[in-house]
Design a protein around this ligand. Structure first.
Ligand code: ING
Length: 308
């Protein structure tokens, strides 16, 4: 049995005026709870250090860049790394990354128990738009402020398990999980900041959003025989509600833990990585069952091409 006690550290709202230091203090409080519950690994949300700034229209690049980190760890996050190392807890969290050569990514990192960064992922599927959209109830400018990730969907061996990461909208695309599944992934960690309402369909209810979020993650877990940990940043950020619904899904696609609030909340589960084995050796033994000669459209086409 390769058990990893995993904590999903859901964050409540982060206001535009909140400092990174105040946010890190909240993250450390969740880490303290995780240590008390014997967690080995704690997963935090997408863009954990700041408010979901892509909701705001900005034209001044210096203002945009103020939401990004140019190094990791840095002064604001070093206390978090130190605390996690002290506990011997591995962590994963998302943040806005500005690289030394000026690229902007929606990024997440993974550490080992000693606080070393062992993995980095940059969000591939950027939803929303890049210009001000007057038709929307609110803006979702990820295509304006971030570049699509350039690292693919890597998988790393950490704590005797094959681990990968995704971010938010990535969870809605089956390709995300399958590319990691084809690398043997046993645990996919993903954070999300999902508006509670649809900026283009105001009567869409929260229960539908939660259903689609659960469906996406539990399907990914089942169809790739892996654990999926989905962690929300939730609650009302400067008048803009984000949905909660953080879950831990097992390799059979069952939800084994679910957050109950839309605030800072830790949910935990003892995840046996060996639970992945049966699915990977039988129904989802990719080598035995997949027929790649018929899958060409998946990488040959971006959009729909109707038959003649
Ligand atoms: N947020 C949302 C997400 O994919 C979204 C955007 C919501 C797209 C609902 C489609 C439907 O969860 C981010 N940050 O990707």
């Amino acid at each position: 049995m390769r058990e990893i006690v995993i904590g999903a550290a859901q964050m409540g709202p982060i206001q535009k005026a909140d400092t990174r230091e105040a946010v890190v203090a909240r993250m450390i409080a969740l880490l303290d709870q995780a240590a008390e519950k014997g967690c080995d690994l704690v997963v935090f949300p997408e863009l954990t250090l700041t408010t979901f700034f892509p909701r705001w229209w900005m034209e001044d690049q210096a203002e945009v860049d103020s939401w990004f980190e140019t190094e990791m760890p840095n002064a604001a996050t070093q206390p978090l790394f130190d605390k996690a190392k002290g506990y011997g807890i591995a962590i994963s969290f998302g943040y806005a990354e500005k690289t030394p050569d000026g690229h902007h990514y929606n990024t997440s990192i993974l550490t080992d128990r000693e606080g070393n960064i062992v993995g980095k992922y940059r969000k591939v599927h950027l939803p929303g738009h890049s210009e001000y959209d007057t038709e929307r109830a609110f803006q979702h400018l990820e295509k304006r402020y971030f570049e699509p990730g350039d690292l693919g969907f890597p998988v790393w061996k950490n704590m005797d398990a094959w681990m990968g990461m995704a971010i938010c909208n990535d969870r809605r695309w089956p390709e995300t999980y399958r590319v990691m599944g084809l690398q043997g992934v046993e645990l996919v960690m993903l954070g999300y900041n999902t508006p509670s309402v649809n900026s283009q369909m105001s009567d869409e209810g929260l229960e539908k959003r939660i259903y689609h979020s659960d469906l996406s993650m539990t399907a990914g877990a089942y169809q790739n025989a892996c654990w999926v940990v989905g962690v929300a940043k939730a609650g009302d950020e400067d008048g803009h509600p984000l949905m909660a619904g953080s879950i831990i899904a097992d390799p059979n696609g069952f939800v084994v833990a679910r957050a109950e609030t839309d605030g800072d909340e830790l949910i935990t589960h003892a995840c046996d990585m060996d639970l992945c084995n049966f699915g990977k050796e039988t129904i989802f033994d990719f080598k035995r069952h997949r027929r790649v000669e018929h899958y060409g459209r998946i990488t040959a086409q971006t959009g729909v091409e109707y038959p003649e």
